[in-house]
Ligand binder design. Sequence first.
Ligand SMILES: Nc1ncnc2c1ncn2[C@@H]1O[C@H](COP(=O)(O)OP(=O)(O)OP(=O)(O)O)[C@@H](O)[C@H]1O
Ligand SMILES: [Mg+2]
Length: 615
Amino acid sequence: MVKHQHALYSSTRRQGNLSDWQLYRRLLSYVLPYWYFFLFSLLGYLVYSLGNVLLADLMQFLLDSLTESSDVAKGIISGLAYRFFDGDQMGKLEFARIAVPVAIVLLTLTRSTGFFVGTYFMNHVARHLVHELRCELFNKMLAAPSAYYDSHSQGVLISKITFNVEQVAGAATKALKIIVRESLTVAALLSYMLYLNWRLCLVFLAVMPFIALVVIVVGRHFRRYSRRIQASMGDVTQVSNESIGAYKEVRIFGGQSQQQERFAGASEYNRVQSLKLALADALSTPVIQTLLAFALGALVWFALSPDILAGFSAGSLVAFLTAAGQLGKPIRQLSGVQSVVQRGLAAAEDIFAQLDQEEEIDQGKHMIGRADGDISIVHLSFTYPGTDTQVLQDVSLEITAGQTVALVGRSGSGKSTLVQLLARFYPIVDGEILLDGVAIEQYELANLRSQLALVSQQVTLFHDTVYNNIAYGMLSDATEEMVLAASESAYARDFIEQLPRGFQTMLGDDGGGLSGGQRQRIAIARAILKDAPVLILDEATAALDNESEHRIQRALDAIMVERTTIVIAHRLSTVERADTIVVMDAGRIIATGSHTELLAQGGLYAQLYYQEFTD
Ligand SMILES: Nc1ncnc2c1ncn2[C@@H]1O[C@H](COP(=O)(O)OP(=O)(O)OP(=O)(O)O)[C@@H](O)[C@H]1O
Ligand SMILES: [Mg+2]
């Protein structure tokens, strides 16, 4: 399990090939449209951090008002207070007794307003960033080519949309706020200290390079662990997803312990990596604090030296030390938020790698209203991307508009592959498929697909009402009569009306609560409702009893007249009446003809047909 994890990790690592700088720039491009909110937020936090400085300055006001001598340099607030109010008349202490409390309240009010503005607008920006990233990622998945889904696990993809995006959210909301606010505070405090006594301040600044070093080294570790945590979350989601979806198989085949082991393995890996991250996190803050303590100690040592003391009033010395002491909190917060930032960056790396994946090729421009339905397949050979067995070999076939063609052949002979290529689920490399004489690549993808209605071998239903499952997607504007008629033709209306809430019954995930045959009939109704010029039925009635199949067949007969229909069926009795029957074997067409012709030839078709009846 752990080995597998490492493989996963290394694949994430390879994807994250953006440099940090590119990463920041790209993240910034999402923030840019909201620059004015960002600016508001900055202003708010600026006010907030200046407020912090002025609190230190207020200490000076307070302390200096206790000493009688009047020749000490005034601080910022006391200077302002004396400028605007005639304090000298009432004596220093009395003046301070009024001015300091008023200043405290005013200062806190301003500071709080700054905090509010800063926090709210920063969240505004960050939430937009997250929303856009998430939607982009989702849209990307809707546009991903089939090969992408063949090679990625569902759980891992889901975890990218849920977990990874949330990691960016954490960095964008919590971390960004802290970074902006606390850096401004640090900058303001340092400037204030420089202003009070720049030489003393340099003593303090001497530890900064060490702190920076710690931050950088720890940051690298954070990023590495974050990537692994992410990959393990993908695995956790994957195993849960699979176990939930296949809960019956798990139980019948006694797979619980196997699933548990896989899950525990993924979760354990996650635990170890999270703990490593926590270790680095827990270590870095005390180290930084110790460094700060050294700086503060040195500061006091120098500050109390007689030379320097001479230039300070008691008030300004306390103000200086208060400011220096106040630096501890923002620096601690800044170093503490590193792990969140690195998690976010690792996630952003992965998200951007996803966003940079190729989409389905859609370069065709040809658009038509309603196709006639002539299909020609010309010397088509096909190998699934990433594999090396040819599953279709030199297939050529002419289907005239309005014909019904049946594809038959053993399992794995390439029947489904052929119709998937027609719908352009995979790009054709070798040979051609033409619809109405135009190569399918030349059509605009959506236009091409609008000409096809497909009932695929694995029926998929959505977590929605029966009605919406039939009138799905582009069919959602169909009238109720049309939906009812389509379900009638699919021989589905009777059973739907007997459901607890009829057409408005909610289906569970992927049609949970329905029988296999019922699900198939809903899928057929959906395809009939689409009323496309080309109808493809891939084992569409395989789950039905003979009677239902017979009735659907009769309804379909009427529908098939007006369109080209491709029927794939294992039960040969259902395709007897097709205009042409195409027999496939191992990726090749080995015979074509009508039912009687093929039987007369006595080849594979006859063999399969008689087998069916002797069984
Ligand atoms: N997504 C895929 N990636 C790689 N190989 C695939 C993929 N789908 C199918 N194949 C392979 O292509 C071959 C043809 O499969 P296809 O699904 O077209 O068979 P079929 O004739 O529809 O069979 P069945 O009657 O069982 O549905 C099989 O050998 C299968 O293993
Ligand atoms: Mg198939």
